[in-house]
Design a protein around this ligand. Sequence first.
Ligand code: SF4
Ligand code: SF4
Length: 290
Amino acid sequence: MKELVVISGKGGTGKTSLTAAFACLSEKKVLCDADVDAADLHLLMDPEIVKRSDFQGGRVAIINREECTECGVCMELCRFDAIRDGFEVDRIDCEGCGVCVDLCPVEAIRFPIKTCGEWYISKTRFGPMVHARLGIAEENSGKLVTLVRNEAKKLAEKEKLDLIITDGPPGTGCPVIASIGGATALVIVTEPTVSGIHDMERVAALADHFHVPAMICVNKFDLNPDNTQMIENVAKKMNMTVLERIPFDPIFTESMVYGKTVLEFNGKSETGKVIEKIWSQIICSPLMNR
Ligand code: SF4
Ligand code: SF4
């Protein structure tokens, strides 16, 4: 089974629209939305949830006021200042380190696992999809990324589907690291801006670190052809495959407004044809056929 992960150095590069267009072009696959902090693949896929499960992340301290002697030890020790006057723990500030639990002299602090969000298996017009929703102000998104990727793998095995297309998170933080390891190949979507170059270099370095081969695609290339060339030169030096360039096209936003993929919205457009070409480059690439 193969997994193609689509990522970008920052948000707003067209990563999700491109992932959705790939979903439209491919057969026998599972879709996976691993951009759990700002999931929006569902806006284009219109999923019908068939299974809903809790995502249990870290733990949270809860003080039992009947047992608490108000000695103040926990307040002194909590370096996240999560214990408020009146010995109430602020759920959002509590990092679940467990120090107060271990050192409360009268064992007045419980430490249950908390539910930080939900994850789903859904039906879509392009096949099954695994996605998630992280609770407001919850962290642990790296753990949730790992969970949705694992569940997508299990689903693909069960349904005998040989490809997973994953919409990865933007950036270079913990969720991105969780979305890269073990992937067959990455597509890094970037824009021809100065920050786009740096973001791409950082993501490419991560891919290299995890020995995952990467392809690069410059979206809105015509906004700055010099920077596009610079990005592609850097990518080639880093042994990355350079995919077809995508021109700036409002079709990305327009199709999103109508809840359609670019190809459903206007498959005959120039951009639609470029995306079809990119998909052929990806599936024929030796990186996806190792
Ligand atoms: S350490 Fe325990 S007993 Fe002391 S204030 Fe905190 S919860 Fe109460
Ligand atoms: S578990 Fe850690 S972060 Fe949470 S209240 Fe206790 S000491 Fe503070």
